[in-house]
Design a protein around this ligand. Structure first.
Ligand code: HEM
Ligand code: HEM
Length: 344
């Protein structure tokens, strides 16, 4: 009778309220974030060139870009493991341990600038760094060009990928080809992207609660845009600086780039796409557990003590950012010749 009608009315009102809440959450999420493009890759507003992508894939996997002939880009940015190396700080030439954790190359093309401190403007500028860094590939531009020019197949492919260039086998073109390949490493189709597109059930109740907490707590103030980060710089420890185990004193972040006192311990807000695949976390790579990384952010950046359940919900939301991983075929690489510099 009456009770039943009242119950039904209340039930409907509840459902309508829930639908409103759901729409409000999606509206907030749509304002802060954006789905990943599914356009095959763009560099500086232009679609990538297929011949450059193909050449770039070879270079990305070719360990002869390193002085030892052992280390390729893929060593530290393994495209089968989320585009990173999953160790605290990278191991490079002669088993040297570098100072920072390797960020993923997946979706890196969407970042406003490259590296934890944003010191490279784009992927082409970035690619010249590791080849020369003594703790990474320890090579020189001259030796790289000599190596590539010693293999007829590379000479042909550089010529085809950079037609009209009088000197196609160059260090600059190596970087441009690698950049073109990296621009294809975008991971659309995450459950979160389906949610943004209107598929409410793509996230379960805990994950939606995590999204709500992520927004309400203020995480989205720094981690926003299509890559949920990668766009701007902030002190690590806006409210409370983490201990030296997580924020080593020797690495002052953007201070090294700008020499400005206020940039001490300032880093790029890390992009959070595929974060479930790229542990350990932070530039120091000292935190293995995503829930713990979330809780540290709450304290350090927002002065907010997130309880275990809240940290779990936010981490559950972050795991919905895992997108379709690129299926990259390992390229066949041209054989070395008598003119190829030997490994050292
Ligand atoms: C950073 C690509 C080789 C370790 C990066 C970034 C990209 C990249 C795109 C910036 C990502 C971002 O900021 O979001 C490449 C390419 C390589 C290469 C194309 C080959 C030419 C290596 C190697 C290692 C390595 C061999 C390990 C020995 C790192 C580390 C960073 C980094 C530790 C962060 C450095 C910092 O922020 O100061 N790499 N990488 N990379 N890569 Fe590589
Ligand atoms: C790094 C999540 C709030 C700025 C990270 C990382 C995670 C994360 C998981 C590590 C990513 C990785 O290593 O790949 C969160 C969550 C937040 C939050 C869940 C809310 C509770 C903020 C806020 C800011 C910020 C409000 C800016 C004021 C940064 C920066 C880094 C970072 C600069 C890089 C730190 C480093 O140098 O290692 N965030 N974040 N985050 N976040 Fe947040």
């Amino acid at each position: 009778g009456l009770a039943g009608t009242a119950g039904l009315t209340l039930g409907l009102a509840g459902a309508a309220a829930r639908a409103d809440e759901g729409d409000a959450l999606r509206a907030m999420a749509t304002a802060l974030f954006a789905p990943l493009p599914d356009d095959g890759g763009q560099v500086r507003g232009r679609p990538v060139d297929a011949r450059q992508v193909e050449l770039g894939r070879m270079l990305f996997f070719d360990p002869r870009l390193s002085r030892s002939h052992v280390i390729s880009c893929n060593t530290c940015h393994n495209v089968g493991t989320g585009g990173a190396d999953n160790v605290p700080t990278s191991i490079g030439h002669g088993w040297q341990k570098g100072p920072r954790n390797s960020p993923t190359v997946l979706n890196a093309v969407l970042n406003a600038a490259q590296f934890w401190d944003g010191r490279a403007a784009d992927l082409a500028e970035q690619a010249k760094g590791p080849v020369q860094a003594s703790v990474e590939m320890n090579n020189t531009p001259e030796r790289v060009v000599e190596t590539l020019a010693s293999m007829p197949e590379y000479v042909r492919r550089f010529g085809e990928a950079f037609p009209g260039d009088p000197d196609p086998v160059s260090f600059d073109n190596m970087a441009l080809a690698i950049e073109a390949f990296e621009a294809t490493l975008v991971t659309p189709g995450a459950r979160f992207d389906r949610y943004l597109a209107g598929e409410t059930d793509a996230l379960d109740a805990t994950e939606r609660r995590g999204l709500q907490l992520f927004i309400d707590s203020g995480c989205g103030a720094c981690h926003n845009g299509p890559n949920l980060g990668g766009q701007a710089y902030f002190p690590f420890g806006v409210i409370e600086r983490p201990g030296a185990d997580i924020l080593p004193e020797g690495d002052k972040g953007r201070f090294a780039v700008t020499q400005t006192a206020s940039d001490a311990y300032v880093f790029r807000a890390a992009p959070l796409r595929n974060v479930e695949l790229t542990a350990p976390y932070f530039h120091s790579g000292q935190v293995w557990d995503l829930e713990q990384a979330v809780a540290i952010m709450g304290n350090a950046q927002l002065g907010r003590e997130l309880d275990a359940e809240q940290a779990r919900a936010i981490a559950a939301f972050l795991r919905t950012l895992t997108g379709r991983q690129p299926r990259i075929e390992h390229p066949l690489l041209p054989p070395s010749t008598a003119r190829t510099p030997r490994p050292e």
